[in-house]
Ligand binder design. Structure first.
Ligand code: ZN
Length: 333
């Protein structure tokens, strides 16, 4: 009931307006961005959301030269179903096409940034046909290992890579949990600003899987720390992530939005083409260091693990559902 009500509210909140709104004078506050207050102004520019064909899982607003893209599933810790990922991609396209937008902020409404891919909420949509963003076949036809492989090539690895290569800078605004697939969203951003209650975690080894699909672990962290993150699967607090260079700044929770806004406005003042080239320069250095090729090779290990799970437990994640993972993820006393 709670989920149904939330879905209705989200559909209502983002589905009723038929025009793309711009918020040059829009007034933000802690409640509107990170809290659960609904102000009715965050209409979606996506026609299928406006038409009510799909709930709005992501909101989009432009203030000055910054596009604020917010995950809108706070009732399930912003877990990512496939429609949410496609909406993200479409809204990033809006931000790229809007010449007034210089910087993108990616955040999540509510207590947590994102608890990862959707393993079992009522709006999980793996059974549904989806618009593919790359030239991979539908995951609904193939059997065996092929189905998950083509799905993840398109929706996970493919989208994350494309987002990391976007020509405009993107800032992750991270509070609370940033777990597994949540890491993927933070890592594709150019800057990560975290609140002091944020934590970072990849616990998928519990499922027999060597890390999430976008395997940037050993580029984001020193190799031994990356092994610790994966082998123990513990929560890495924001201050440690900052010390290791994975996070740019850590601020008190109640100052997170203000700090992100200040940095975004500062960055937005730089020449757009210069920023485009700067992003590509650093991305190019990372690729020369082997990021792309190592990610490709680990993606296939990831799928060997999915296939192994299917053979041994008839379940790609070893029979662990969201509830079991959440129970296992409780911090140690
Ligand atoms: Zn996977």
């Amino acid at each position: 009931m709670k989920y149904a009500l939330s879905a209705i509210l989200v559909a209502f909140r983002f589905g009723w307006c038929n025009s793309i709104r711009r918020f040059g004078t829009f007034s933000w506050c802690e409640d509107t961005l990170l809290g659960d207050t609904m102000n009715g102004d965050n209409s979606s520019p996506l026609p299928r959301v406006q038409n009510g064909e799909e709930p709005g899982f992501v909101s989009y607003a432009v203030r000055e030269n910054v596009a604020w893209v917010m995950l809108e599933r706070p009732e399930v810790a912003n877990t990512q179903n496939l429609r949410l990922l496609n909406q993200l991609d479409d809204l990033f396209r809006c931000a790229i096409d809007d010449t007034e937008v210089k910087v993108i902020v990616l955040g999540g409404r509510g207590k947590h940034f994102s608890a990862g891919h959707d393993l079992g909420t009522p709006e999980r949509d793996k059974h549904m046909e989806r618009e593919r963003k790359h030239l991979w076949p539908s995951h609904l036809g193939p059997v065996g290992a092929e189905s998950q492989y083509v799905l993840e090539q398109d929706a996970y690895l493919g989208l994350c890579r494309r987002w990391q290569e976007m020509p405009k800078p993107m800032i992750a605004m991270v509070q609370g949990g940033c777990i597994a697939g949540g890491l993927m969203l933070a890592w594709v951003c150019d800057l990560i600003i975290a609140s002091d209650d944020a934590f970072f975690q990849d616990p998928v080894l519990r499922m027999g899987i060597p890390g999430v699909e976008y395997f940037a672990h050993a580029f984001e962290l020193p190799p031994r720390v990356a092994k610790e993150l994966l082998l123990l699967g513990d929560r890495m607090p924001a201050d440690r992530a900052y010390q290791l260079g994975m996070v740019n700044r850590v601020v008190p929770r109640d100052q997170l939005e203000k700090e992100v806004e200040s940095i975004a406005n500062e960055v937005a003042d730089r020449p757009g083409f210069g920023m485009m080239l700067t992003k590509q320069a650093i991305n190019h250095v990372e690729d020369l260091r082997g990021k792309r090729t190592s990610m490709d090779s680990v993606f296939h290990m990831h799928h060997l693990a999915h296939a192994h799970n299917q053979l041994t437990s008839d379940h790609i994640v070893g029979g662990l559902d969201a509830k079991a993972m959440a129970a296992a993820n409780k911090p140690k006393k």
